[in-house]
Design a protein around this ligand. Structure first.
Ligand SMILES: Nc1ncnc2c1ncn2[C@@H]1O[C@H](COP(=O)(O)OP(=O)(O)OP(=O)(O)O)[C@@H](O)[C@H]1O
Ligand SMILES: [Mg+2]
Length: 474
C-alpha cells in the first residue's frame, strides 16, 4: 500500500472490454504504479478482499455488473478505497448516480490523459489522507479505552473482563443498566477493543427518533421514497459498515419496527425505504436499554424472538451503589477533568466530603457523580472540595443502613483481620495516598505506617516511639 502520494500505488482496473482495460492498465503502469486488470467486476470484489488496493478504475457499462453497482459495493465494503468511473456515454444522470454510489471521480471517454493523471493523483492523495486519519483515530482509540472506563471495584473488573472477551467476537450484545451507569461508554469500549475499531462507531437513540422516521434512519431510503426525500440516503446500518452500530434505548422501538429489525439481523441485509433491493451490511450490532426487556417481553411489548436474537451476550452494567469502592476513584477522575476545564487549582476532596460521597446512594449513578463534581469544582474556593461545595441532597443524605462495611465483612473474622482489610480498602479508595488514608482513618501518619509495617511483617525498628526518622513517600 502506498505511504504517500507520489509513491507507487496498487491500482485495480475493471473493464469488460479487454482492449480498453489493458490500455488503461498500461497507462497506469507508465505513471509508475502497479496495475492489475480484470474483466469481471465480481473478481474485482474478491481481489479487493484479498489484496490491498489504493484505487479502483472501472468502466461504467459492463455486462455482468455495471460500474455504479460495483462502486456502491466497494464504498460499502472498503470505504477508504477511492473509485474512478470511466464511461463512453457520459450523461449528467449517470454522473450523479456514480457520485451518489460513492465514486471519487467520473470521467468520459476518450479520456484526456492529463485529466486522468490528475484524477489518479488526487484520488490517491485522498486515500492516503483517509488512511492517515484512520491510523490516528486508531492510535487515539488505543490509548483511550483503558482510561475511558474508570473503576477498579470487583464489579468493574468483572465488567472489564466480560467486555474484553465479547470485544474479540462479532456477537450481538445487549447492554443493560440503570440510567447514567455508563452503558454508552461500555458500548464504545467494546467497539474500541474490537477488530472493528478502525471502522465507525454509530449510535442512535431509538427513543429520540419519531417512530415514522426510525425505519429510514436505520435502513436508509431511495430518492423519492417520501415527499421530502429529494435524494437517497444510506441509513445507519450502512454508515456503520466495518464498524459498530449502537441501538440505544431498544426497549422503545415500536413493534412493527422490531419485526423489520429482526429480519435485518437474520438476513444481514437491509432494504432502504422505497427500494426494491436488499443491501448487505457489515456492522456489529450492540443494543442498550435501561428497561427490563424480559418484563417487556412478558408484557408483549417486545418481541421474544428479537430479544433472543440481540441478547446473545448480556452485559449488565453495575450501579454505582453496587460499587461504592469506585466512588472516590471516579470523583478524583472527574475532578482532574473539571480542574483542567475550569482552570482552577483544586487538588482533591476534604475527608468529610469524601465520606459524604461514599455514603450517598447515587440514584443517578456515574452521571450524577460527574455533575456533582463539576458543580463542586466550580463552587470551590480553596484547594480542596469541602462538604459545603456538595449539593444539598448529598450533604443531608441519611443512609437507610449504615455505610456498607467491606464486602468481606459478612464473614466471621478476627478484629485484626478486619482492621487489616479495612486499612487496605481505605488505601485503595484514596488511590494509595497514605497521608490521605491517615486523615480518613483519623490516625496520624506514623501510626498508619506502623500498622502497614506490621502487616508486611516488618519490624518497626527504624522508628522510636514518637520518633520521626522513618522515611516513607506517599
Ligand atoms: N466507568 C466510568 N468511567 C468514567 N466515566 C464514566 C463511567 N461510567 C459512566 N461515565 C460517565 O458518566 C456519564 C454517563 O454515562 P453514559 O452516557 O455512558 O450512561 P448511560 O448508561 O448510557 O446513561 P443513559 O441510560 O442515561 O443513557 C458519561 O459522561 C460517561 O462518560
Ligand atoms: Mg445512554
Amino acid at each position: 500500500m502506498t505511504e504517500a502520494p507520489g509513491v507507487a500505488a496498487n491500482i485495480l482496473v475493471v473493464d469488460d472490454d479487454p482492449e480498453l482495460g489493458e490500455m488503461v492498465a498500461a497507462f497506469v503502469r507508465r505513471l509508475g504504479h502497479d496495475a492489475m486488470y480484470t474483466q469481471q467486476p465480481g473478481e474485482a470484489l474478491s481481489l479487493l478482499t484479498t489484496q490491498p488496493f489504493d484505487l479502483v478504475i472501472t468502466d461504467l457499462h459492463m455486462s455482468l455488473m455495471d460500474g455504479i453497482t460495483l462502486c456502491g459495493r466497494i464504498a460499502g465494503a472498503q470505504p477508504d478505497v477511492p473509485v474512478i468511473v470511466l464511461t463512453g456515454h457520459g450523461s449528467l444522470e449517470t454522473a450523479v448516480a456514480a457520485m451518489r454510489a460513492g465514486a471519487y471521480d467520473y470521467l468520459t471517454k476518450p479520456v484526456n490523459t492529463e485529466v486522468l493523471t490528475m484524477s489518479i493523483a488526487r484520488a490517491l492523495e485522498r486515500g492516503h489522507l483517509r488512511r492517515e486519519v484512520l491510523r490516528l483515530r486508531d492510535e487515539v482509540g488505543r490509548v483511550k479505552p483503558s482510561r475511558a472506563l474508570v473503576g477498579s471495584s470487583r464489579a468493574m473488573r468483572e465488567l472489564h473482563d466480560l467486555t474484553s472477551r465479547v470485544a474479540a467476537t462479532d456477537a450481538t450484545v445487549l447492554i443493560n443498566g440503570e440510567s447514567g451507569t455508563g452503558k454508552e461508554l461500555v458500548a464504545r469500549a467494546i467497539h474500541a477493543m474490537s477488530a472493528r475499531s478502525h471502522g465507525p462507531f454509530v449510535a442512535i437513540n431509538c427513543a429520540a427518533v419519531p417512530h415514522h422516521l426510525l425505519e429510514s434512519e436505520l435502513f436508509g431510503h431511495v430518492k423519492g421514497a417520501f415527499t421530502d426525500a429529494r435524494s437517497g440516503r444510506p441509513g445507519l446500518f450502512i454508515e456503520a459498515n466495518g464498524g459498530t452500530l449502537l441501538l440505544d434505548e431498544i426497549g422503545e422501538m415500536p413493534m412493527e419496527m422490531q419485526a423489520k429489525l429482526l429480519r435485518a439481523l437474520q438476513e444481514r441485509t437491509v432494504r432502504p425505504v422505497g427500494g426494491d433491493r436488499e443491501v448487505p451490511f457489515d456492522a456489529r450490532v450492540i443494543a442498550a436499554t435501561h428497561q427490563d426487556l424480559d418484563g417487556l417481553v412478558e408484557a408483549r411489548r417486545f418481541r421474544e424472538d428479537l430479544f433472543y436474537r440481540i441478547a446473545v451476550v448480556i452485559v449488565q452494567v453495575p450501579t454505582l451503589r453496587e460499587r461504592s469502592d469506585d466512588v472516590l476513584v471516579l470523583a478524583q477522575h472527574f475532578l482532574t477533568r473539571f480542574v483542567d476545564r475550569f482552570g482552577k487549582r483544586v487538588v482533591g476532596f476534604h475527608p468529610a466530603a469524601m465520606a459524604r460521597m461514599v455514603g450517598y446512594g447515587w440514584p443517578g449513578n456515574v452521571r450524577e457523580l460527574e455533575n456533582c463534581v463539576e458543580r463542586a469544582v466550580a463552587l470551590c474556593r480553596g484547594d480542596t472540595v469541602t462538604v459545603e461545595d456538595l449539593p444539598e441532597r448529598i450533604r443531608t443524605f441519611q443512609p437507610e443502613r449504615p455505610m456498607a462495611a467491606p464486602e468481606e465483612a459478612t464473614e466471621m473474622m478476627t478484629l485484626s483481620e478486619l482492621e487489616r482489610r479495612y486499612l487496605q480498602r481505605v488505601l485503595s479508595l484514596v488511590g494509595g495516598n497514605k497521608s490521605r488514608a491517615a486523615r480518613v482513618l483519623g490516625l496520624d501518619r506514623r501510626t498508619l505506617y506502623r500498622m502497614l509495617d506490621r502487616e508486611r511483617g516488618v519490624e518497626p525498628g527504624g522508628v522510636e516511639p514518637g520518633g520521626e526518622r522513618h522515611e516513607h513517600n506517599s
